[in-house]
Design a protein around this ligand. Structure first.
Ligand code: HEM
Length: 437
């Protein structure tokens, strides 16, 4: 499908969101939205698109008028029925059930508990890197290639974070290949149409059946892992239901896997396309933290989050009716020229972005703005510190391993929303890197 040609840039057609151009490069349309229709009613997909940084942040702060809940115990929707993840806190709003569920493991992904996981993260990254390096050396020894080549997506990042989160959950390491497969399938469930949905639901049923004996075992005998934490969490004498435990595991496998995997690829894609910045990082690996932050601003894994209006809300010159779905355009807000200078330039040295550890509330610090890549406020990404640790540790190990890395001379559409039929967040489908051996 090609984009309708609008002679007036302010005339935005709903069909433009469905084009191949938009899938790969949504930024020109984001800019037109910000400039001409910052609160745009997409009548085709029945949603309101909010594209300016300030407005996104204002909605994030406004739990009085907006909620993330799709589940209302008094409504018709059955909790966990319409998603391949099952029952998760994603369907709840901001009430006590949500707060309890978030609190059960949120502390595991930050601070000292996270630091205790660093050896696990390092071991898994080094192990996967070691394997592709050994393959490259074997190819050279067999006279097949003078240099090394790795598809970072298939041979590293699609494997790495899923193994870390499975390890933290306490799932058997021997089944790691299965988790990679199942999370691809769960994601496929988010594609358009019933066929995709059925595929995702089949994967979910399979995963849940796989988990049940593990849940029984942890109920009987807890270990030092997140699955045991779920099984024994208690509030006023109540425990998590089996469906909630299953859903939480699915949420962490999917939420913790795909986003971070795509983040690592995006860091390397951006670095290798900016050789001077790559050289600066090679000479001072501590800059890898900046690469992570700027990557999340420039083109992070999550471009959209949804909120529902609980009451009629006036936003700029528009009125969102009760029940309206607002799509918060994080990918657009991060390129808002009202906040960031030259927003379309990838620059780890920019002076208008907050490069410290993530800001969950109050987006300004030291006179500069935070990226929106982890959302803001109440539902701020639970795995933000884990994702940063994983991405930075893995990238430093890659930096030590890959001598003279450069993009291989093969076509690559770059960072894009997944093609139809493939689920997941925005990212690269492959990333071929050549290096010296
Ligand atoms: C670079 C990698 C990641 C990105 C870009 C990312 C992005 C996000 C965003 C934008 C949200 C906000 C949702 C909203 O506004 O409703 C979110 C929430 C969440 N993320 Fe992440 N995420 C990443 C890594 C992770 C990891 C590693 C985990 C696993 C621990 C994780 C688990 C979650 C959970 C459970 C929520 C829901 C939190 C809540 O509603 O309270 N994420 N993430």
């Amino acid at each position: 499908m090609t984009a309708p040609t609008a002679s007036d840039p302010g005339l935005i057609e709903p069909g433009e969101f469905l084009t191949e151009e938009f899938r790969v490069d949504p930024f020109p349309l984001y800019r037109r939205l910000r400039d001409h229709e910052p609160v745009y009613q997409d009548k085709f997909q029945n949603r309101w698109i909010v594209s300016r940084y300030e407005d996104i942040w204002a909605i994030y702060k406004n739990n009085a008028q907006f909620t993330r809940a799709v589940y209302d115990p008094r409504g018709k929707f059955k909790f966990g029925s319409d998603t391949p993840l099952g029952q998760t806190l994603n369907e709840l709003g901001e009430g006590p059930d949500y707060v309890w569920l978030r609190g059960i493991v949120a502390g595991e992904f930050v601070g000292n508990r996270l630091l205790a996981r660093v050896p696990l993260i390092e071991r898994i990254a080094a192990d996967i890197v070691g394997r592709f390096l050994a393959n490259a050396r074997a190819d050279r020894a067999a006279g097949q290639a003078a240099r090394g080549r790795v598809d970072l997506v298939a041979q590293f990042s699609a494997r790495f974070p899923i193994r870390v989160i499975a390890g933290m959950l306490g799932l058997p390491e021997a089944d790691n290949d299965y988790f990679e497969h199942i999370y691809d399938e769960l994601f496929a469930g988010n594609g358009y149409g019933r066929a995709h949905f059925r595929r995702g639901m089949k994967a979910r049923d399979e995963l849940f059946a796989y988990l049940d004996p593990l849940i029984d075992a942890r109920m009987a005998e807890p270990r030092d892992d997140l699955l045991s934490t779920f099984c024994h969490a208690e509030k006023d004498g109540a425990h998590m239901t089996r469906d909630q435990i299953r859903g939480y595991v699915a949420l962490l496998l999917v939420g913790g896997g795909d986003t971070t995997h795509k983040a690592i690829d995006a860091m390397w894609w951006n670095l290798l396309r900016h050789p001077a910045q790559y050289e600066a990082v090679r000479d001072d690996p501590a800059l890898m933290d900046r690469v992570f932050t700027e990557m999340l601003r420039f083109d992070g894994s999550n471009h959209w989050q949804r909120r529902r209006a609980k009451v009629e809300v006036e936003l700029r010159d528009r009125v969102l009716p009760v029940g309206a779905t607002a799509w918060l355009g994080l990918g657009s807000g991060n390129r808002d020229e009202r906040v960031f200078k030259n927003p379309d330039r990838f620059d780890i040295f920019r002076d208008d972005l907050y490069f410290g550890k993530e800001l969950r509330t109050g987006y300004w610090k030291d006179g500069v703005a935070s990226h929106l890549g982890f959302g803001q406020e109440t539902h701020f990404c639970m795995g933000y510190a884990l994702a940063r640790q994983e991405s930075v540790i893995a990238s430093r190990i890659l930096l030590e391993t890959l001598k003279n890395p450069r993009l291989a001379d093969v076509p690559n559409e770059g960072i894009a929303f997944p093609p139809p039929g493939r689920g997941g967040v925005r990212g690269l489908q492959h990333l071929d890197i050549d290096f010296d051996l």
